[in-house]
Structure formats: C-alpha cells, structure tokens
Design a protein. Sequence first.
Length: 86
Amino acid sequence: MDETRITAALPNLDVQFIHRDEPGAEIVAIQLRATPNFEALRGQFAPMMPMAALWLAPMQAWTSMVQQAWAPWLAAMGAAPRIGRE
C-alpha cells in the first residue's frame, strides 16, 4: 500500500492531502483544520468567493457561461433558451 501526504500550513488553516493506493481502490482524502474556526476564515476568503464557486462547481459555471454566450444568438433566432425556466 503506497501512501503520499502533502501538507500546507496557511495562516489560520492547515491543509493535508492524502493519496493512498490499495488493492482494487484508490483513496484521496482532504483534511482542513482552521484555527480558531471556519467562521473567522470566511472574512479572509470573501474576496475570492467568485473564483471558489468556479472551482467548486465547474460544470455549473461552464453551463452558465455557455448559456450566456449563446443567448443573443438564440434570441435572434427566436429560440430563447428554456433551461431553468418554467
């Protein structure tokens, strides 16, 4: 069983990535430890939240960007997108 650990110490946040190969499986674990707590970190990371949304939900962000890019063309053709509208 091979195991790789990567650890980063940021101000008020410790991050540890663990990758382990087991017979028939591969395990990846991410451990976050905030001191004093995650509530205190929210204020520090608030300016980066738009990029975090892209990182956390890439498919949703990509879908939204494609819809916005195609919207003028579809509206001009009279076929406005109906995704998410009821």
